[in-house]
Design a protein around this ligand. Structure first.
Ligand SMILES: [Zn+2]
Length: 459
């Protein structure tokens, strides 16, 4: 089974190496901004000419928006625009042009209505202050050194890793992995290298193929399982979150930027902002680590994992921080489960977005009209069942799997058109390398529609 996977490692750069990377990231920005200005100028020129009644065939020729087209234009212009171009790898310019080509494509697709998801705006110029510095290498000498504590990248040379790359190195050594690209990026005040790797994974089956587990993502706990297990948040997370909040308050007391008056920030504000950024990154890392451990365990053990579908409208409405964090974790859990169940030969089922998993009694099936978020205990008026709220929800999710299996083999149409019977055949996680372009790096790639839908009664 071939998959595209990302391996990310923290780097310990020397000050000289950091300067080199920043120079490459800056070159990427220069190429991006130059090409964007060019694209805009040509667009404006053509629309002006059109308004004068110039016939279409006499308009200024349009610029190709493909990566190849942009690269050609850049290569012709670079001796004038960037006489220093020889000092950095051509991959740096490629990084910026590729980002622009994808941005233009997304914008065009979004405008035509051929692109799913939220509307995408026209690409914007990248500023030195606000852009995350990053550069991607797709060709040349990219490798992990035998000591597994260093990587070699074109132009940048040998970079020291902060952590061992043994997991990737092992796969490279036995030939089950091939590096497609490497991206060096600064996030949360720390440098990382992220490899996009084509991995040949062995086929696996879960430890208990017949087992079904429902997962309810909580606020107090990371998750509650239908087995009754409460999965706690990672250690130190609460402390890190408290620190993050305190730093946020401290930052607000300092002299920050003001667009209206054009006020520059103070040194203290800059330092406080950097501290806050690191605290944010730490919270995110702790959460991600906890989520990965949970989803790996679930996907290895159980044949079927059932989660709720993401309630996007609900997410947009609620303003409570705690709920917001839980929602973010929820999307991440589902994303990870989608590909990990695929890797392990299991399946992920998602309850319909409107399935009232919290409001339904797992004992008798009665549905409550209302259940406040503050009610931590589920009390059924019909059968008298008293149960932890999240436990109840996870039990309902697990029960859905049985319903899915019966409906999947039986006559679905007999269930009435007013019910949401959107049962589809098992859609496995896409496994071909074609599901991802090498341009997307950083995290394991989104896998598209990867889960089966469970039918749910409309309420
Ligand atoms: Zn009941």
């Amino acid at each position: 089974m071939k998959t595209i996977q990302a391996y990310r490692f923290a780097l310990d750069l020397t000050p000289g190496q950091e300067r080199d990377v920043l120079a490459h990231a800056g070159a990427a920005r220069v190429a991006h901004n130059w090409a964007l200005a060019k694209v805009k100028a040509v667009m404006d020129q053509r629309s002006a000419e059109r308004s004068y009644g110039v016939p279409d065939e006499e308009l200024t020729p349009s610029l190709s928006w493909s990566l190849a087209g942009l690269r050609k234009a850049w290569n012709a212009a670079k001796p004038d625009v960037a006489p220093w171009w020889g000092e950095v790898s051509k991959e740096a310019f490629n990084t910026g042009l590729d980002a622009l080509a994808r941005g233009l494509k997304n914008w065009a697709g979004s405008r035509r209505g051929t692109r799913a998801g939220r509307p995408v705006g026209f690409p914007r110029f990248k500023s030195r202050r606000r852009t995350t510095p990053s550069v991607r290498f797709t060709t040349g000498a990219i490798r992990v050194e035998p000591d597994r504590m260093h990587v070699v990248l074109p132009r940048l040379g040998r970079l020291k890793l902060h952590e061992s790359a043994r997991k990737l190195a092992r796969r490279l050594d036995n030939g089950t992995a091939r590096i497609m690209s490497a991206t060096v990026r600064r996030d949360g005040g720390r440098w990382h290298v992220s490899f996009t790797v084509e991995v040949d994974r062995a086929e696996r089956i879960p430890a208990r193929p017949a087992s079904v587990v429902g997962v309810d993502v909580g606020i107090k706990h990371l998750a509650v399982l239908s087995t009754g297990e409460l999965v706690d948040n990672p250690r130190h997370l609460v402390a890190a979150q408290q620190r993050m909040r305190a730093l946020g308050r401290a930052l607000s007391r300092k002299t920050g930027p003001d667009r209206r008056t054009g006020r520059r920030v103070s040194k203290r504000w800059e330092r406080a902002a950097a501290r806050l950024g690191r605290a944010h990154a730490r919270v995110a890392n702790l959460r991600r680590d906890g989520l990965h451990k949970l989803t790996t365990r679930l996907a290895r053990e159980h044949g079927t994992v059932v989660v709720e579908d993401l309630n996007v409208t609900g997410m947009l409405r609620n303003r409570k921080l705690a709920r917001h964090i839980a929602d973010a974790g929820f999307a991440e859990i589902r994303r990870q489960l989608a590909y990990k169940t695929g890797w392990n030969g299991g399946r992920l089922l998602a309850a319909d977005r409107w399935y009232p998993s919290s409001k339904t009694c797992s004992g008798c099936g009665a549905v409550k009209a209302k259940l406040a978020l503050s009610e931590r205990e589920y009390q059924c008026e019909a059968c008298g069942l008293v149960l932890d709220r999240d436990r109840n929800a996870s039990l309902n999710l697990a029960a859905l799997a049985a319903e899915f299996d019966t409906a999947g083999s039986g006559p679905v149409a007999a269930r009435g058109a007013d019910q949401k019977t959107r049962v589809r055949g098992q859609v496995a996680v896409k496994r071909e390398s074609g599901t991802a372009s090498a341009g997307q790096t950083g995290t394991v790639l989104p896998q598209g529609r990867t889960t089966d839908r469970v039918l749910a009664k409309a309420h």
